[in-house]
Design a binder for this molecule. Structure first.
Ligand code: TYD
Length: 221
């Protein structure tokens, strides 16, 4: 739990693979920098040296058999390190922190996708994150067919998670909308079929509005 007033703002992007959330995180970062606003983009899994090692295990070591429980704990381990090593210190320095995925991905993929009970995911995630929740979560909403087409057009090989069945991604989409319904004041759903620049304009407006509010009132836990 954050305890003191500060000016840092935590923004997360969520969505299925190929939804365009990484593009949006990067566009937001550039636009904020263009306004002279200090910010950092961190990705999950990863974002720290240890986290990048865990990412390699989770996504690229296709020779390893990873049980769903282990998979969830590895994502959570990477997250626990990221929160303590990067997110909290950056927020305490009044930085804008942009996350390319956060624990909502675990609810969607490991919970709805793999069948781990949601309450267990939520309990472990609270511990992993020290209950640091984003001020805003942008959910880039896109259907599986379009996401798959985009991934194929990009021509990069699929990682271990991306090799999952279509049904898995359908469940994950259901998981993201569960999260958005549960926390409507935190989530902003953007239409991933729109041109990237138009989505970015909307994201930027919402973020600037929040930054101004925080600058006037400070950010409370
Ligand atoms: P992603 O950001 O999509 O990486 P890339 O852009 O290189 O594909 O995330 C990697 C994969 O990990 C993606 O398939 C989603 C999955 N994932 C989970 O299953 N659970 C999690 O908690 C997180 C953070 C990611």
């Amino acid at each position: 739990m954050r305890s003191t007033l500060f000016l840092g703002v935590l923004i997360a992007f969520e969505g299925i693979d190929g939804s365009g959330k990484t593009t949006q995180a990067e566009l937001l970062s550039k636009r904020l920098a263009g306004e002279g606003i200090d910010n950092e983009v961190l990705r999950e899994p990863g974002g720290t040296k240890l986290g990048e090692g865990v990412r390699e295990l989770l996504l690229h070591r296709t020779d390893l058999k990873i049980n769903p429980a282990t998979e969830f704990l590895l994502f959570s381990a990477s997250r626990a390190q990221l929160v303590r090593e990067k997110i909290i210190p950056l927020l305490e320095q009044d930085k804008i922190v942009i996350l390319d995925r956060y624990f909502y991905s675990s609810i969607a993929y490991q919970g709805f996708g793999r069948g781990i009970p949601i309450e267990e995911i939520e309990t472990v995630s609270k511990f992993a994150t020290q209950n640091v929740v984003p001020d805003i979560v942008f959910l880039v909403d896109l259907n599986i067919e379009t996401a798959l087409q985009r991934r194929m057009a990009a021509g990069r090989g699929a990682d271990r998670m991306e090799n999952s069945e279509v049904r898995f991604f359908e469940s994950a989409i259901g998981g993201f909308s569960y999260c958005a319904k549960k926390e409507p004041s935190r989530f902003v759903i953007v239409d991933g079929r729109e041109p990237a620049q138009r989505i970015s304009d909307k994201v930027f407006d919402v973020v600037m509005c929040r930054i101004k509010k925080v600058a006037e009132e400070g950010n409370a836990p």
